[in-house]
Design a protein around this ligand. Structure first.
Ligand SMILES: [Zn+2]
Length: 110
């Protein structure tokens, strides 16, 4: 009788633990892979010394776009996310304003 409980019970418990483990890992905020900001070759850099970020703004409410945003409150033009070069353009905007550009694209809306 005891042996039967083990034979049937252990695989069930293992299966439940396994399912819980998989679920926890799947639901874990995966933290989208950080998108690196690549400095455009040969572009001149601006003189504002404050940190400028490249933002990728995207949510269900807004059309996605990229924009450069500086700690001094300067903002570059919005670059339409449908343009495959949008990130590149916003990065060039950021460097055109400041040589101090954050290394990863920021997603302010998550
Ligand atoms: Zn600035």
């Amino acid at each position: 009788m005891n042996a039967l409980v083990w034979v049937i019970g252990v695989p069930i418990v293992l299966a439940l633990l396994g399912a819980a483990y998989i679920r926890r890992n799947r639901d874990k905020p995966s933290g989208e892979p950080a998108v690196p900001v690549r400095r455009p070759a040969g572009g001149r850099t601006g003189s504002c010394g404050q940190q400028t970020e490249v933002w990728h703004v995207a949510s269900s409410d807004v059309e996605p776009y990229y924009i450069a945003y500086c700690a001094c409150e300067w903002m570059g033009p919005a670059r339409d996310g449908a343009d495959p070069k949008a990130q590149e353009k916003a990065t060039a905007d950021a460097y055109g304003h400041s040589g101090n550009v954050a290394p990863n694209v920021v997603r302010p809306l998550g």
